[in-house]
Write a protein that binds this ligand. Structure first.
Ligand code: ZN
Length: 96
């Protein structure tokens, strides 16, 4: 009986040691990722290119939040006045 308790304690200690090893690995990985992220942020990011003016006839796929389209992605066509009209329910929206 005493041996059983000793083996149980040994098993618990081994499980705890494994958990400590895994935690140390996670911390090391997190530290590496943090350093990589910091190094990446230091590099100057190029300014995003200005969005080109969309011409009439341009299409875009967006979720349409009407009961007809039910939040599903649908094709939106750009009209001459700069509005987007849903090709399924014909609802217009201002922009992206
Ligand atoms: Zn729609």
């Amino acid at each position: 009986m005493t041996e059983l308790i000793a083996y149980g304690m040994l098993a618990l200690t081994a499980i705890g040691a494994c958990a400590v090893v895994v935690a140390a690995g996670c911390l090391a990985l997190a530290a590496i990722r943090l350093l990589q992220n910091l190094a990446h942020r230091r590099a100057a990011r190029p300014a995003p290119a200005p969005a080109a003016a969309a011409a009439p006839g341009t299409v875009a796929w967006w979720p349409c939040h009407t009961t007809i389209c039910g939040h599903m992605q649908s094709r939106h066509d750009l009209t001459a006045d700069g509005r987007w009209v849903c090709s399924r329910c014909r609802t217009t929206r201002e922009g992206a």
